[in-house]
Write a protein that binds this ligand. Structure first.
Ligand code: PEP
Ligand code: MG
Length: 577
């Protein structure tokens, strides 16, 4: 079987499927031989627990509504002993070495197809009862374990994580040495999990729609994160071919590495600052090795892996910020305060929802949870005593919010002073990722110390296209004329006030776009460390005098496709300009 989605992190990964759905509530994988008996014991324990619960439910319903209404539970109790269900699942565990949850689901599929074939509508309806009992068994199997132990019981060897959706915090806390690749039903290029995959060098494919329901746990899968191809149970010849391609890719990456150490200066002597986007503190030294002058974006919410910000106290955060500063060895570190939604912060208020990108999120959220915000600011200010650190606020929509945030910083400084700590002055900047901020860049420039353009969000809000929805991903056009205009506007606004402005969205990591972005007046870029060597190589071949002409031609184009053609002409070796 071959599936095709969006290649979101290049490279080839081969491993056995670990199917994870509903945010790890449902895990399906192969167990090692020596664990088969204990897996069957787990299943038996879940059966015993389910029997007890059903007995109890039956009594409750009989007492409340009369014995005749309790028959449903009699049927379910009988099903627990039906050889086609739990016993069949035990056989599947033994023969196919699947975990108990997978085996139960397989048994359910088999029974469901029998029911579907039945003519009797009464029988067809019983499918719901079987699903109900399977759901109960799975609920009782659930260990409530810490997701850090996600791989604990799984057969050794490389794994391909197959998920409906994957949160970056889940990925962040896994042992990714065991992850050959991951693939998801949802997502797109700027999906945070995809961004994390690129920084961890784990091949990934997103937007596969049904992969988590059609791929069976434990099967061998080969993932090509460049083409978006996912091959299920590939033949030996295909595997050999993939292996050869993987080797070639690694050799190409090695050949680029030397550019990372060279100065990032154009042919006509303009310095272009190249920094790294970092999601995990342990990446800092690697970013430096790849040639990053600093960290242009540390997404602090990645610290929240497995815990809430409220639980992540000042000390724990301080330790992480110190690690970043120490890891950069004098290079500037820009930390963005939490850009999360309410539930990710563990503080959902009534009416709040995890899926509300335009609700209480980013700086708005920090401003409404003073304690959490103050703890983060104090930790940042203390860390700033050990090296150059900048504080950046996400999702700012205008001057008022920036003023409130600055007040919060001043308050944190006062608190520290009361403790006898005197932090140095710390530059305070904002992400430009909401159109209202981009359009008021002149006003914001009076009150901010620096800007960083978050093209990922800026594009989605300018074009009204959900960046995580693969069904509209064709409309997510970084080269849309509106985006070019907005970028020029921000670059000009910042330059007029001599304020530093960088680009930290995924556009910065695309080497093909660098000529255009420099032509629009941008001089600082922050990207995933892996992209730095190639970016520096491209910069060293540019002449700003030429890229400015390219940008003015591109700004005359009426569509993204025309802009692309203008760019292609510029990049073609035969160009005459
Ligand atoms: C952006 O929006 O471009 C950005 C860098 O932030 P994030 O991807 O974390 O939203
Ligand atoms: Mg953003």
């Amino acid at each position: 079987m071959r599936l095709n989605g969006l290649g979101v992190s290049p490279g080839i990964g081969i491993g056995r499927a670990l199917v994870v759905t509903r945010g790890t509530k449902n895990l399906q994988f192969r167990v090692p031989e020596h664990r088969i008996d204990s897996e069957i014991a787990r299943l038996d324990a879940a059966r015993a627990q389910s029997r007890e619960q059903l007995q109890h439910l039956k009594e409750r319903i009989a007492a409340a509504a009369g014995a005749e209404h309790a028959y449903l539970f009699d049927a379910q109790l009988l099903m627990l002993d039906d050889p086609m269900l739990v016993d069949r699942a035990a056989t599947i565990i033994r023969v196919e070495r699947l975990n108990a949850e997978s085996a139960l689901r397989r048994a359910l599929d088999e029974i469901a197809s029998l029911f579907d074939q039945a003519d009797d509508p009464y029988l067809r309806e019983r499918k719901g009862d079987v699903a109900d009992i399977i759901g109960r068994l799975c609920m009782n199997l659930r260990t409530n374990g810490d997701p850090v132990d996600l791989f604990r019981d799984i057969e050794g060897g490389p794994l391909v994580l197959v998920a409906d959706e994957l949160s970056p915090s889940l990925i962040a806390q896994l042992d990714w040495q065991r992850l050959a690749a991951f693939i998801t039903d949802a997502g797109s290029w700027t999906y945070h999990t995809a961004i994390l995959a690129r920084s961890l060098h784990v091949p990934a494919v997103a937007g596969l729609r049904h992969a988590s329901s059609v791929i069976r746990p434990g099967v061998l899968i080969a993932v090509d994160g460049s083409t978006g191809d996912v091959l299920v149970e590939p033949s030996g010849a295909v595997l050999e071919d993939l292996d050869a391609r993987a080797k070639k890719r690694r050799a190409y990456e090695r050949s680029l590495a030397e550019y990372g150490t060279l100065p990032s200066v154009t042919q006509d002597g303009i310095a272009i600052r190249v920094e790294a986007n970092v999601e995990l503190p342990e990446e800092a030294p690697r970013a430096r090795e790849r040639g990053a002058e600093g960290i242009g974006l540390y997404r602090s919410e990645f610290m929240l892996a497995g815990m809430t910000a409220a639980g992540l106290d000042e000390e724990a955060q301080y330790a992480v910020y110190r690690r970043l500063i120490d890891g950069m060895d004098g290079g500037r570190v820009t930390v963005r305060t939490f850009d999360v939604t309410e539930s990710e912060l563990g503080v959902v208020q009534s009416g709040g929802s995890n899926r509300a990108p335009l609700g209480l999120r980013g700086l708005r959220l920090s401003l409404s949870f003073e304690e959490v915000f103050q703890a983060q600011l104090r930790a940042l200010l203390r860390a700033a005593m050990h090296g150059p650190l900048r504080i950046m606020f996400p999702f700012v929509t205008g001057v008022e919010e920036l003023r409130l945030a600055r007040k919060a910083v001043a308050h944190a400084v006062e608190t520290l002073k009361e403790r006898g700590i005197s932090p140095p002055p710390v530059p305070v900047g904002i992400m430009i990722e909401v159109p209202s901020a981009a359009l008021t860049i002149d006003l914001l420039a009076d009150e901010a110390d620096f800007f960083s353009i978050g093209t990922n969000d800026l594009i989605q809000y300018c074009l009204a296209v959900d960046r995580t929805d693969d069904r509209v991903s064709r409309m997510y056009e970084p080269l849309h004329p509106a985006i070019l205009r907005v970028l020029r506007h921000v670059a000009r606004g910042a330059r007029r006030r001599s304020l530093p402005v960088s680009v930290c969205g995924e556009m910065a990591a695309d080497p093909v776009l660098l000529p255009l972005l420099t032509g629009l007046g941008l001089r600082e870029f922050s990207m995933t460390p892996a992209s730095i060597p190639l970016a520096k190589h491209v910069v060293r071949g540019l002449r700003i005098a030429e890229t400015v002409k390219l940008a003015s031609r591109a700004l005359k184009a009426a569509t993204a496709a025309e802009v692309e053609r203008t760019l292609a002409d510029f990049l073609s070796p035969a160009r005459t300009n």
